[in-house]
Design a protein around this ligand. Sequence first.
Ligand code: HEC
Length: 152
Amino acid sequence: MMVKITAARYFIFFVILLGIALTTCTSGNNSSYPDSVKYQQYYVQGGELYKNYCANCHQPDGSGLGRVYPPLNKSDFMEQNFEEVVCLIKFGRSGELWVNGTMYNQPMKSNPSLTELEIAEIATFIYNSWDIKNGIVEVGQVTQALTSCAVR
Ligand code: HEC
């Protein structure tokens, strides 16, 4: 009798351990992985917004237009200035701007109606479609970046 109870206890203990081990493994699941549902939603939604708000100038393939509209498909500016990119999507930008050693100097208009979620989706799209593969851009990163441009 004693033996049976102990065996049962060991069994329950083992099941609990197994449960803990399994939850620890699965909770490490990172939502920035390209196959996550959230990433897919942001990317697809961002692609639609890109078509409506950005592709006229930067072109559907992100290659830009001559010396007038800078490229997003391979841009050292994008690589180095994530926060400024978020700011210019929302607030526009004017003045000299260097991309891959070429100077651009045309104003880009603001998009005041875009929500932080929409900006996160657009950013997820442009930061994963071409040479840069940054994974999902979270709304929190956009909120953070936007506080940095309000100060300027
Ligand atoms: C009316 C044309 C136009 C539209 C529409 C437009 N842009 Fe721009 N964009 C520009 C111009 C011009 C510049 C350069 C601004 C400067 O010289 O200061 C620029 C600069 C940029 C840059 C930084 C330079 C680079 O190539 O890395 C990024 C990133 C960018 N735009 C992304 C976007 C995104 C995303 C959208 C859509 C939400 C968008 N733009 C919509 C014209 C446009």
